[in-house]
Design a protein around this ligand. Structure first.
Ligand SMILES: [Zn+2]
Length: 478
């Protein structure tokens, strides 16, 4: 079980300057390492749909010139085999290039000593913090180049401007790093920064160990987010047997934030939309000021504070909803949002008129508005909150595949096609109810009857297959 607890840091003036300097060094290092990856990537790739006649414009030797071919291990590896001997040993030689691909993460990690040699500024930085920057580059780059299990790649990583690099991470913190100083204040001991006073508003739950800490810059100051881990507690597993009585299905949406399978609903508060007017005013004010000037900075800060306010109200609301929902039931059935990619562009529709290519209306404007509301609703965050609250209260969350849950009838499982604007579901079998309520009921039905004991999400497809089988069985019997 992993938790993250966020605390406010109360650094002194001197510490504030140091933390800001560390963050800036991390940002520069990130951009530099990202640039290194991009240079190699752009000079070595070829599009798969167009075979190049000549291999590469840049000679191979040029590409690999600054990359050492091998690296020598400087100490015994931490991983040990069954006999207790380290798997890798000091002096072992590894190749930096594997099948034509440069092992960038290890190359860049090994290159950090040169960074410290040529840019002595970096000596003030904790070495693990610096290593974490390289790991961040690796994560964002591999997310971009390798598709996930659904076949989607993340967007191209961006170089981070002054206001867009907001945190750095200590990958190995410890419970012992939270200590009291001479003035009896609770402090956190951060490498190369020292003891920073912290608003310790909640204690670390018994059994949990501090694993890592991320120092974050927010609109109103510095925070630290601690990752806590208890290996003895397994991640959320439904131990309660879901039954028709103790289970509720919920449909997440825009018009109704949550629609419950018992017919109740919670309206969408539309947090960002409410502050939109205020935001627009501030933004037009910002446009009038000289970029980077003092008045500009003041307004910029007001904007970030407004965003922070919206985010906090939203999170608070989601916690309240979670507690309300679990007061009504023991198990919640929710759609698994990681399966569906909701915020995407619609397909372009074209036609030829008078020998000219014409773009037809494809509903992108409506979809854009929906996307905005979707992001404002932050359903993914709600699910994370539901999981956490379930764990805290000893209740359960079940997931179902969302595919088809808004189109099929919950009672007879037949398909009843609907446009986005149609809010009512009426089926030939006699069911007539709000479309969201239908979805909630269907989600509950799938989650209850077709849930698999060995993990894996239940889906409408399985339900339909099952129905088919039962129908066949009945006719044979007759
Ligand atoms: Zn029906």
């Amino acid at each position: 079980m992993q938790l993250t607890y966020k605390y406010r840091l109360k650094p002194t003036k001197a510490q504030q300057t140091t933390i800001a300097a560390h963050l800036e060094l991390c940002r520069r290092q990130y951009n530099y390492r990202l640039g290194e990856r991009f240079r190699w990537w752009e000079s070595t790739r070829t599009p798969i749909n167009a075979c190049p006649l000549i291999a590469s414009i840049v000679p191979v030797e040029e590409i690999y010139k600054n990359i050492p071919l091998t690296r020598v291990q400087t100490r015994d590896g931490r991983k040990k085999d069954d006999a207790g001997n380290p798997v890798t040993r000091k002096g072992d030689i590894f190749s930096n290039i594997d099948g034509g691909y440069v092992q960038w993460q290890t190359v860049q990690l090994a290159d950090l000593k040169n960074t410290k040699k040529f840019f002595p500024d970096y000596k003030i930085l904790d070495s693990q913090v610096l290593q974490d920057v390289v790991n961040r580059v690796e994560t964002s780059f591999s997310n971009f180049t390798t598709p996930d299990q659904n076949g989607h790649r993340k967007g191209k990583p961006k170089f981070k401007g002054l206001h867009y690099y907001k945190s750095f991470t200590y990958p190995q913190l410890d419970n012992l790093d939270i200590i009291k100083d001479e003035q009896n204040r609770i402090c956190i001991d951060l490498g190369k920064i020292g003891r920073v006073p912290i608003a310790f508003h909640r204690s670390i739950p018994p059994g949990f160990k501090v694993k890592a800490g991320t120092v974050i810059r927010e609109a109103d100051g510095w925070y630290i987010s601690l990752t806590l881990e208890d290996k003895t507690v397994p991640a959320t597993v439904v131990e309660i047997q879901p039954t028709d009585k103790n289970t509720l299905g919920i449909d997440l949406g825009i018009t109704n934030y949550v629609y419950l399978s018992n017919g109740e609903r919670i309206e969408n508060p539309r947090f960002l939309r409410k502050s939109a007017e205020k935001l627009a005013k501030l933004k037009s004010k910002l446009a009038d000021r000289v970029k980077g000037s003092k008045p500009w900075q003041i307004i910029k800060n007001k904007i970030s504070r407004l965003h922070q306010f919206v985010a906090r109200t939203r999170l608070d609301f989601q916690f309240k909803i979670a507690h309300e929902l679990f007061s009504k039931c023991d198990v919640l059935v929710v759609e698994d949002l990681s399966i569906k990619n909701l915020t995407r562009r619609t397909k372009i529709k074209t036609d030829i008129e008078d020998n000219k290519l014409v773009y037809l209306p494809n509903g992108q404007a409506a979809k854009s508005g929906l996307n905005k509301s979707m992001l404002d609703a932050a359903h993914g965050q709600l699910i994370a909150v539901l999981k956490y609250v379930a764990w805290k209260l000893g209740k359960g969350v079940l997931f179902v595949n969302p595919k088809g849950t808004s189109q099929h009838c919950w009672n007879c499982l037949n398909k009843v096609p609907k446009e986005l604007s149609e809010r009512w579901h009426s089926c030939q079998c006699g069911e007539s109810l709000d479309r969201d309520e239908n979805s909630a009921k269907l989600i509950k039905r799938i989650g209850l009857n077709y849930h698999e004991s060995g993990g894996g999400t239940s889906s409408l497809k399985k339900a339909l297959v099952q129905r088919e089988k039962e129908a066949c069985g009945l006719t044979e019997y007759r």
